[in-house]
Design a protein around this ligand. Sequence first.
Ligand SMILES: Cc1ncc(COP(=O)(O)O)c(C=O)c1O
Length: 392
Amino acid sequence: MLFDVFQPLPADPILGLSLAYQQDTNPHKVDLGVGVYKDEAGRTPVLESVSIAQLRLHEAEETKSYQGPAGNVQFNALLQALIFGADSPQQARIRTLQTPGGCGALRVAAELIVKASPDATIWVSDPTWANHIPLLGSAGLQIRTYPYYDPDTKGLKRDEMMATLAQVPAGDLVLLHGCCHNPCGADLSHDDWQQIADMANRQGFTPFVDLAYQGFGDGLDEDAYGVRLLAAQVPEMLVASSCSKNFALYRERTGAIAVMGANETQAQNTFTHLQSIARGIYSMPPAHGASLVEMILSDSALRQQWQLEVQGMRERIHSLRHQLADALRPYGDFDFIPQQRGMFSFLGLSEAQVQRLQQEFSVYMVGSSRVNLAGINAANLPYLAESIGKVL
Ligand SMILES: Cc1ncc(COP(=O)(O)O)c(C=O)c1O
């Protein structure tokens, strides 16, 4: 039989963690695993601005007819402006295609790169988001890593990173986390971005930025610093973006891939290939999430409301970073946590300590001791800190 070849695959480690958490009956259990934002009550709510947009959409929607492989054209223009800046001088050289989430953007881009250059290698940070590897690799892209996070200093392996990037040849790509690095929380400095732009120009590699957390680090514009610096200086680049976190649209699968070409003709030609690739995989992206984002970004009051909601999520994460470092002070120096950005940090615990936390204290985190800080709240912080203290 055709499918007899299949042995069961191991469960996805992060999704397996969620299941174990759900089945745990300890009333003190804490979930710092899966990477979704949570509020003080431990919920991942629909944003108020999104709820309003949904009601308006329900009233205004006139058709469910097809939109085409590029998706919602207004959404594409608005998201492009959000990423690159509304007054970006590069706008004419950029084309944006709506995709099923940031994952769809990464996958479509991987297909585009392989089509342009079958032998290209993409360099990813060590570590990087686990799903980068299958999303890029299953399109046939070769993957290599550059040093990034230093578990000893809890910062970047800056010298090793720059030394490796200085060897990346023309025609290869370098994948960079735009902000809020997943999984380590340690971001590139302004000076790092400049050095990488200089290397891209000198050596001829193409930067590819994954921007999945715009607004969760220092602000919507601040988090696009690296993208905008590169756009102003390099001839070509790719940007994968996601509305999963900053619009809390996770399951609506809303994202985009933007390509910047050396000139308008090149960008437009490339855009036709992006559309053809999308057509060959899923034909067209889902409409709902992009319609909501379009409505929010094009209405000044709604946009203002959304910006305040993003600010609220960002400030809560910042505050939790400080609170966790303070609560862990009796057990060691965790002051690196508030220096990092986004939802994730490595606590620096061993696999055995992570296991003990789960088995003895019902505290759930990924085996690498990556925590989602948004899973912390005033009610569980003392128990969490005490439990970590006990395994240290
Ligand atoms: C670094 C990174 N890139 C991309 C994504 C894609 O997210 P989605 O496909 O849900 O929009 C995520 C989601 O967790 C991520 O962490």
